[in-house]
Write a protein that binds this ligand. Structure first.
Ligand code: PMP
Length: 329
């Protein structure tokens, strides 16, 4: 058995699992990349490590320095654990609408947590702008800037895409996932296209995001809303620039939640809603590609991060989402 030298060495090299229900529904093979197996339990550990190592290589951060970031939570958790392992501090700015579990995890990791009201990107109080201001005002601090720092997507070009290609032994026909920063879809897309440009890359966009319409018509236009955390983008971030998107799906929360419930009940996988939306997209892509196709997607984070929301009957009811009977006691 391989022994890792430190916590940072545990980031990446995650397992890939064949998903039985989604494969049956699509009539071909659907695989999920188990990003919940990262030490911070999400795909964002990869971006966090890549951003911090890039800042170190460029001499931007000194020992004892502070990393500041605006995040839906998972990037903050990744940054906090990388910072702890490397001797930095973290200040994390988060919209107060995110799950309680993410806030508690950040506090437990020793991050300084700044909660701000949810606001549109054009509002100076938006969590991203707030985090930049705090970074500018804090001595010996860097702003991680995950949305427009392409060290984020580089982690997925050299890591995630390479791993998927190796794990699938070069036999892969399609890949899909949703976008928050866009680092995962753009990085995995670019990495896989380098291996074989015929691999079809699909964006699975939630309601309330503007990218589905952008890739379909060229116009950034949002419709509806979503309770999914960590995804749903309204602009072309630097990470999304040049992303090789061949096709796009718009996935509702109800469709994503149906897979969240089925993967838990039928396969014992406890996931978040972005994973459910990704799996829904993978099923659609698999159906398009036809029998014999092999499609990969991302299982972004652990569902244990959403016990107070996605796995809570009262919360589901308040959001107008179906409540599984076993939660409805
Ligand atoms: N799912 C979850 C739960 C996330 O936290 C994020 C990151 N914001 C994503 C998906 C999207 O990843 P990316 O930022 O690479 O687009």
């Amino acid at each position: 058995m391989h022994v890792a030298n430190d916590t940072i060495a545990l980031i990446g090299n995650t397992p890939l699992v064949r998903l039985k229900g989604p494969s049956e529904a699509a009539g071909c093979d659907i695989f999920g990349k188990c990003e919940f197996a990262n030490p911070g339990a999400s795909v964002k550990d990869r971006a966090a490590l890549s951003i911090v190592e890039d800042a170190e290589e460029r001499g931007l951060i000194q020992p004892g320095g502070t990393i500041v970031e605006g995040t839906a939570g998972n990037t903050g958790i990744g940054l906090a654990l990388v910072a702890n392992a490397k001797g930095y501090k973290t200040i994390i700015v988060m919209p107060e609408t995110q799950s309680r579990e993410k806030m508690d995890t950040l506090r437990a990791l020793g991050a300084e947590l700044v909660l701000v009201p949810a606001a549109p990107y054009s509002n100076p109080g938006h969590f991203v702008h707030t985090s930049r201001r705090i970074a500018e005002e804090t001595p010996n601090a860097i702003w991680a800037n995950q949305f427009d720092n392409i060290a984020n997507r580089r982690a997925h070009i050299v890591g995630t895409a390479e791993e998927i290609w190796t794990q699938m032994e070069g036999r892969i026909d399609g890949f899909t996932c949703a976008a928050g920063t866009g680092g995962t879809i753009a990085g995995v897309g670019l990495g896989l296209k380098e291996k074989d440009e015929k691999i079809r890359i699909a964006l699975s966009d939630p309601h309330g995001a503007a990218l589905y319409s952008y890739y379909a018509t060229g116009e950034l236009k949002a419709e509806g809303s979503s309770v999914a955390e960590g995804i749903g983008q309204g602009r072309i971030t630097a990470n999304l620039e040049g992303a090789p998107i061949d096709t796009q799906f718009r996935i509702s929360d109800a469709e994503g939640m149906e897979w969240v419930r089925r993967l838990l009940a039928e396969e014992g996988l406890c996931l978040g809603l972005s994973s459910g939306i990704n799996v829904a997209g993978a099923v659609r892509l698999g159906r398009e590609l036809g029998p014999g196709a092999r499609v990969a997607t991302i299982l972004c984070d652990t569902g244990f991060r959403y016990l107070s929301t996605l796995y809570n009957a009262e919360w589901l009811r308040a959001k107008g989402l179906a409540v599984p009977e076993w939660l409805d006691a």
